[in-house]
Design a protein around this ligand. Structure first.
Ligand code: SF4
Length: 195
């Protein structure tokens, strides 16, 4: 995909048929933020609220992410936030739409959109939030549990790293949730220092 502008990319994204996920979602959710952001965060895929609003990281995990950014001293409006997969994948249970993890094929099919965003933005630091983003950016053998917090060079950014997805913190039980949040904020502080 050749380098374009973010608005052009956003329009074209709505017509993507590279995998089947467009058939069930409300809309594709492009990345959002500053065009020349020094930090780009990549999540997994839109959730229920993101699918309805067309904006990334606005649901429960997004609100927790905002709180963590705030504690780490990162201004979200100065960053760019996007997802590895641009359409919401889910299964219906009654009236609820439950998140389903994208397949390796769907991650691969959507990768050119992520690459196109990054080619335009050219961030200093690229941060993968969770396994799906890390798989898209670093490849299928990458393990966040092993590599979390390590900063490496990448074709899309001079510094690239990974941490957990904020939804993993929401799923942590009791006191563990608080500890996971603190650890996440520490990872974000390292990101800020590297930017
Ligand atoms: S998920 Fe990505 S590859 Fe699949 S249809 Fe949507 S934009 Fe295209």
């Amino acid at each position: 995909m050749t380098a374009k502008t973010l608005p052009v990319l956003r329009d074209e994204l709505q017509h993507c048929r590279n995998c089947d996920l467009y058939k069930f979602a409300t809309q594709a959710v492009p990345g959002e933020g500053k065009k020349k952001a020094r930090i780009v965060f990549v999540g997994e895929q839109p959730g229920d609220e993101e699918d309805k609003t067309g904006r990334p990281f606005v649901g429960p995990a997004g609100r927790l992410f905002d709180r963590a950014l705030d504690e780490a001293g990162i201004d979200r409006s100065e960053a760019f936030v996007t997802n590895a997969v641009k359409h919401f994948k889910f299964e219906e249970r009654g009236k609820r739409r439950i998140h389903k993890k994208p397949s390796a094929g769907e991650i691969k099919a959507c990768r050119p959109w992520l690459e196109a965003e990054l080619v335009i933005i050219r961030p200093q630091v690229l941060v993968c939030l969770g396994a799906t983003a890390a798989q898209s950016v670093f490849g299928p053998d990458y393990r966040v549990t092993r590599e979390r917090g390590k900063i490496v060079e990448h074709a899309w950014a001079p510094r690239a790293t990974s941490t957990i997805h904020p939804s993993a913190i929401l799923r942590a039980p009791g006191e563990q949730r608080h500890l996971e949040f603190e650890r996440f904020v520490n990872d974000l502080r390292l990101v800020r220092a590297a930017s």
